[in-house]
Design a protein around this ligand. Structure first.
Ligand code: JB2
Length: 244
């Protein structure tokens, strides 16, 4: 007997972030994912909202044989975006196409450029001439002003504001409610703590918190291993104030 043909994208990672993703997909385009893959075996066979958690990432190959063509990264990855990059590459390297989605309540300028696999959550704003890379998260209520550049796999958390022409490096994380003044550069892999107000450039792979934001960890403390290799010291040592 032939295995059942799959319809809809797969979602990699099935926690809180993926719940909003499923809802956003449904609201934006009426798309129902074929399933969720999750690393936590105890959740296999359960549902995330109304979508079945089919198993782990090793199921991808079989799903592709059964017609799977699209994916989305469902992992939010507070602080450290390297696991999100790993999942994105895992699926893309198997020939799957990343879906891009914006909630209907989000405002995305037609002069903005939004990369593959990027998600824009409810009520967020992406203004004219902003450019978002691949697999970026613009989380609920965040604002990405005109002429900003947000690098691949970066995360602009809930309610954060990037004023005009801010540069956010690949894999960087801008915490919930943070404000980044116009023209500032946030380096690759840097973490801006929740509620911080950033008025100076932030070096790559450093962590800043507070008002005005000040550095709390040097690159070496934050794990300057930019490839996300196992064993890299990293965001586990980030203070609680730096969370999403
Ligand atoms: O390699 C993986 C993997 N690693 C963790 N592959 C797959 N397929 N799944 C993986 N996971 C799974 O992602 C975990 O087993 C877990 O079920 C899920 C992460 O869920 P959690 O709710 O812990 O985090 P989240 O990333 O969905 O949400 C965080 O980030 C958001 C931005 C939370 O902090 C949210 O509150 C926040 N809004």
């Amino acid at each position: 007997m032939l295995a059942e043909v799959v319809h809809g994208p797969i979602i990699l990672g099935g926690g809180g972030h993926a719940r909003v993703l499923i809802d956003t997909l449904r609201s934006a385009a009426g798309v129902v994912p074929c399933g969720v893959l999750d690393a936590d075996e105890s959740r296999w066979g359960q549902r995330l909202l109304d979508v079945p958690i089919l198993g782990g990432d090793e199921l991808l190959e079989d799903l592709i044989r059964r017609g799977l063509t699209h994916f989305l990264v469902g992992l939010g990855g507070a602080r450290d975006n390297r696991p999100r990059r790993r999942l994105f590459e895992l699926a893309a390297n198997q020939g799957l196409t990343p879906m891009t989605v914006a909630h209907p309540s989000a405002v995305c300028s037609s002069w903005a450029v939004i990369g593959a696999g990027t998600v824009v959550y409810p009520t967020a704003v992406v203004n004219a001439a902003a450019e978002l890379g691949v697999n970026v998260i613009v989380n609920t209520g965040a604002i990405v002003e005109h002429d900003c550049r947000v690098g691949d796999h970066a995360h602009v958390s809930t309610g954060a504001t990037l004023c005009g022409a801010v540069r956010v490096g690949a894999l960087a994380h801008v915490g919930a409610g943070a404000t980044v003044r116009q023209g500032i550069t946030i380096g690759e892999g840097a973490v801006v703590g929740a509620g911080a107000v950033v008025i100076d450039d932030v070096e790559p792979w450093t962590v800043v918190v507070g008002v005005p934001a000040a550095r709390v960890l040097r690159p070496a403390d934050h794990g300057a291993h930019h490839d996300g290799n196992a064993g890299a010291r990293g965001p586990a040592s980030v203070p609680a104030g730096a969370s999403a």
